[in-house]
Design a protein around this ligand. Structure first.
Ligand code: SF4
Ligand SMILES: [Zn+2]
Length: 179
């Protein structure tokens, strides 16, 4: 059972931005679009993606630290997973002291597509740095644009990509906080 997200195969969700463009018939039932509209984010090609708050971007760092300390648990009695508070499982009588410490599963970008090439390249880099800087989390990344991976990586190393990154520090992690 997920603690922070309703997605059954993940424990938490991280969203670095909101917004996307329809890609295939599978997008007909996109729940992210409805969510985005509620927060005033227009959907589709040419519409600006909205970056989430700095607090949202810091959350994976906190999860990573807690997981490193063995605080993310799985109950052997009922299967509940989460950051244990108190001395017993919230769903059964199993003592936290006998629970297993496990790696949190993080669903990266449920309100967009992490390979969407209308997302600023700086945000994409920041996402990769977050993933790199949180080795105690298992990141689950799904995309309808897997073919864009090569193009996104190429954009990082071309001249324009290097120039933009050199002048954009705002999305980079605090290296000390990532340890
Ligand atoms: S978030 Fe996913 S389902 Fe929604 S429009 Fe983008 S690719 Fe399609
Ligand atoms: Zn339990």
């Amino acid at each position: 059972m997920a603690e922070i997200t309703g997605v059954p195969w993940a424990d938490m969700t991280f969203n670095g931005w909101i917004g996307c463009t329809w890609k295939s018939p599978a997008c007909d039932f996109c729940y992210a679009e409805g969510y985005g509209h509620r927060f005033g984010v227009a959907w589709g090609a040419g519409q600006p993606r909205r970056r989430t708050s700095a607090d949202s971007w810091r959350k994976p760092l906190a999860w990573n630290k807690a997981a490193a300390l063995g605080r993310f648990k799985q109950c052997p009695g009922c299967g509940w997973r989460g950051f244990a508070r108190g001395t017993i499982c919230p769903h059964c009588d199993t003592f936290v002291s006998v629970m297993d410490s496990v790696r949190p599963r993080v669903f990266g970008d449920s309100l967009g597509d992490w390979l969407d090439d209308e997302v600023p390249i700086e945000w994409f880099v920041a996402l990769l740095r977050i993933i790199w800087g949180t080795p105690n989390l298992d990141w689950l990344m799904v995309s309808k644009r897997i073919g864009k991976w090569t193009r996104r990586m190429a954009a990082l190393v071309d001249q324009d990509g290097r120039r933009r990154l050199a002048h954009t520090q705002e999305f980079y992690l605090d290296e000390d906080a990532a340890k």
